[in-house]
Ligand binder design. Structure first.
Ligand code: NAP
Ligand code: ZN
Length: 356
């Protein structure tokens, strides 16, 4: 049997989340595998959520990173979608059981046997999974996306989670069909790409933010039609009943009734943040308005590919701050303060080097 491949990366060793270099192994190329050199990896708030132990106890060391793009170096004998030199991408999971109802319905992101791209064990090889803060990926082609070649690799990286997570509910709830009025809460990694998608889908787009300083960027760089400061009750009241859809990307507990109040009758509120705890919402205005609440978890492989193809057609990528790998500890600190414009992307290809 071919021997495993040595990979270099950066890992957290405990829930303090300090990142430092590591070496680990990935499986040797199998017939259905794609091997690619990772060029860029986005830094998602969920990377921090996992390593800090906010939602469950991870098994350390954890090499985070689920917004992974690179250039194909080698393909297995049965691979059909890729050839050497193609641009490839991987999102938050790299395997699923393939036989449960969720897999049959092409919803592997909900499969109980889903293998996360990091902090899982992949039954395909028995190895622990490690994410994209590393130099090389080996993945079954069913979980590898074709990245349109016209897209710059750095700006495309965060599409693999930030983009996918907001694209999925946009499609599932049919947003953008009738010149809908859309609102996004929280202008971070997920929020800013939701805003770009909303405009590309022809919607009227409002940002609801805690940060007045983001208004200029939201309007001038991202095309927002309206900007509401959520702490300003007058602004919130003036916008009551105006939005058909809201995607809430906030990462912490925050009041929901003032946001629900922005919905037009039969409007839909979808939250994707993972740190919201138990939801508290006044039911009576919901009932009278016939409004709904939903949520969403990443995206299916089909939705991921559809979203990347859409971005290829529209030449649409994320607005990013490119950083060297050794800036990652500072990047986490800044992201937690909301100080990022709008997604950190690690320049893995140029800055991740073997340690002496
Ligand atoms: P991010 O870049 O940190 O952006 C979150 C934004 O929410 C901030 O920029 C800030 O925007 C606002 N915010 C943060 N804390 C707040 C608070 N306490 N109250 C009100 N507003 C607050 O994070 P992200 O990477 O976009 O991720 C957003 C959330 O989605 C995280 O919880 C992440 O774990 C989760 N996530 C979920 C999925 C999924 O599949 N469901 C996938 C990826 C990420 P303003 O300054 O504009 O207010
Ligand atoms: Zn993510």
């Amino acid at each position: 049997m071919a021997s495993e491949i040595e990979v270099i990366g950066w890992a957290a060793r405990d829930t303090l989340g300090h990142m430092a270099p590591i070496t680990f192994s990935r499986r040797a190329l199998g017939p259905r595998d794609v091997k690619f050199f990772i060029k860029f990896c986005g830094v998602c708030h969920s990377d921090w959520t996992v390593i800090s132990g906010e939602v469950y106890n991870p098994t350390f060391p954890v090499v985070p990173g689920h917004e992974i793009v690179g250039v194909v170096d080698e393909v297995g004998s049965e691979v059909t979608k890729f050839k050497v030199g193609d641009h490839a991408a991987v999102s938050a999971y790299v395997n699923s059981c393939g036989s449960c109802r969720d897999c049959e319905r092409k919803l592997p992101q909900h499969c109980k046997g889903k293998v996360r791209v990091y902090d899982s064990v992949n039954p395909a090889d028995g190895l622990r999974t490690y994410g994209g803060y590393s130099n090389l990926m080996v993945v079954d082609e069913s979980f590898c996306l074709v990245l349109p070649k016209n897209l710059p690799l750095d700006g495309a990286a965060p599409l693999l989670c930030a983009g996918a997570t907001v694209w999925s509910p946009m499609k599932r709830y049919g947003m953008g069909k009738n010149g809908d009025r859309f609102g996004v809460v929280g202008l971070g990694g997920l929020g800013h790409i939701a805003l770009k998608f909303a405009k590309a889908l022809g919607m009227h787009a409002t940002v609801i933010s805690t940060s007045p300083a983001k208004e200029k960027m939201a309007r001038e760089e991202l095309g927002a039609d309206n900007f509401i400061v959520s702490k300003d009750t007058k602004q919130m009241e003036e916008a009551a009943g105006t939005l058909d859809f809201i995607i809430d990307t906030v990462s912490g507990i925050h009041p929901l009734d003032p946001l629900m109040n922005l919905l037009a009758p039969q409007g839909k509120f979808i939250f994707v943040g993972v740190g919201l705890g138990k939801l508290q919402i006044d039911s009576l205005p919901m009932c009278f308005g016939g409004t709904s609440i939903g949520s969403s978890c990443i995206a299916s492989q089909e939705e991921l590919q559809e979203m990347l193809d859409f971005c290829g057609e529209k030449n649409l990528v994320c607005t990013i701050e490119k950083i060297p790998i050794d800036y990652i500890n500072e990047a986490f600190k800044r992201m937690l303060k909301g100080d990022v414009h709008f997604r950190f992307v690690i320049d893995v290809g140029n800055t991740l080097k073997p340690q002496n």
